[in-house]
Design a protein around this ligand. Structure first.
Ligand SMILES: NC(=O)c1ccc[n+]([C@@H]2O[C@H](COP(=O)([O-])OP(=O)(O)OC[C@H]3O[C@@H](n4cnc5c(N)ncnc54)[C@H](OP(=O)(O)O)[C@@H]3O)[C@@H](O)[C@H]2O)c1
Length: 350
């Protein structure tokens, strides 16, 4: 990790491009870059033709959004991508060819062999040797937001007692589906309260005052793509092809931040007090676990926060001895689940 500096603009700092800058994650990129005083020599704001010419303000300076084209990456050291999988698939390799290090938020390259899939607190070693100035471009993938939030809490426990099986149920916010989904939830809420039929453009069914199975395509095995991302990405990030993971992913009408119920089975015994202590000391994790006042993590409390919150830490009474735990995790998936994680990766490139 680099030492933070007060002034972000530096002659020796990298040239940065933000691809998808007008979107939910793109806007969060700007906020995180600014909050963390990320050093940059120049910054390019890229989006689709629709947004070209739009004015954006960043650190008291006006920028014009440019249309993403094949020439966008000339001289760019670090390209932060969040414009969807098809854009990443097309423009990611072009950027790498031009010498940029691409940190990609889409699922396009996550499971590609030799593309590091990184949560800085969990597996920084996966991207060792990749640095700005190494003379060539590279691709690094940001994991799925639900995977990041889950593994931020599960990994410190896994390191101590080795997780052999993990059962996850998610409660996922509108923000995970982008800026337009957030607008739709707000609009539908008004419409339902006014007795009007809800507008369903982003999701095929009523979202306000409802919940439904995640909108990702359902696969032949009955799981949806979001669920299988959690299964496969966990194995890659933990470098453990044997860990058994199953997930049920649900969209809930929460504006921002995902919640997840996580059941863990361990090879070695791990009691709940030790687990609580481990989590209290884990980087990027806060424990909110107040049984007396029934106060546990909520999406509202973690919205716009960097840390993932963990609570409901308790022995799983369905498992023998101390070989199972239940935990409840909340994290801002636009932030730690996307923009913050990617900027932390970018910091490790310096
Ligand atoms: N939202 C999350 O919590 C989250 C978490 C992890 C990963 N991700 C991933 O991040 C990506 C973006 O998600 P989001 O939620 O930010 O979506 P979003 O709010 O819909 O934003 C999409 C962005 O992509 C840009 N874009 C679309 N088509 C483009 C094109 N042809 N050329 C250049 N730019 C184009 C849009 O620009 P215009 O405004 O010009 O259309 C906009 O800036 C997706 O791959 C998503 O899976 C999202």
């Amino acid at each position: 990790m680099f030492t933070r500096v007060r002034m972000s603009y530096q002659e020796s700092a990298p040239c940065v491009a933000v691809v998808g800058v007008t979107g939910a994650v793109g806007q969060e990129f700007l906020s995180v870059l600014s909050d963390r005083d990320f050093p940059y020599r120049s910054i390019k704001m890229l989006a689709s033709k629709r947004s070209a010419g739009k004015q954006l303000s960043f650190q008291d300076k006006a920028y014009t959004v440019e249309e993403l084209t094949e020439d966008s990456f000339d001289g760019v050291d670090i390209a932060l991508f969040s414009a969807g999988g098809s854009i990443s698939k097309k423009f990611g390799p072009i950027a790498v060819e031009k010498g940029s290090i691409v940190v990609d938020n889409s699922s396009a390259f996550r499971m590609v062999e030799n593309v590091p899939l990184v949560i800085p607190e969990v597996n920084p070693e996966a991207m060792s040797g990749i640095k700005v100035g190494m003379g060539k471009g590279a691709l690094i993938a940001n994991p799925n937001c639900s995977t990041i939030i889950c593994l931020m809490a599960a990994t410190p426990l896994h390191r101590r007692a080795k997780v052999t099986r993990m059962v996850v149920s998610t409660y996922q916010a509108a923000s995970g589906a982008g800026a337009a989904a957030m607008e739709e939830l707000e609009l539908q809420t008004r419409e339902v309260l006014e007795g009007k039929p809800p507008t369903c453009k982003i999701f095929s069914q009523q979202y306000a005052f409802n919940l439904f199975s995640h909108n990702a395509p359902v696969l032949e095995n009955g799981y949806n793509e979001e669920e299988m991302k959690m299964v496969k990405e966990t194995r890659k990030i933990w470098n453990d092809k044997d860990v058994r993971v199953t997930a049920t992913c649900i969209r809930v009408p929460v504006m921002r931040a995902h919640a997840e119920s996580v059941n863990l089975q361990f090879e070695k015994p791990l009691d709940e007090d030790t687990a609580r202590d481990i989590l209290k000391n884990a980087p990027g994790v806060v424990v909110i676990d107040d049984r007396a006042s029934n106060h546990f993590p909520t999406p509202l409390e973690v919205s716009n926060k960097d840390d993932v919150a963990v609570g409901r830490i308790r022995r799983d009474v369905s498992q023998d001895g101390n070989h199972g735990l239940d935990i409840f995790v909340c994290g801002d998936q636009v932030r730690k689940g996307a923009a913050l994680n990617a900027v932390q990766i970018a910091e490790m490139l310096l």
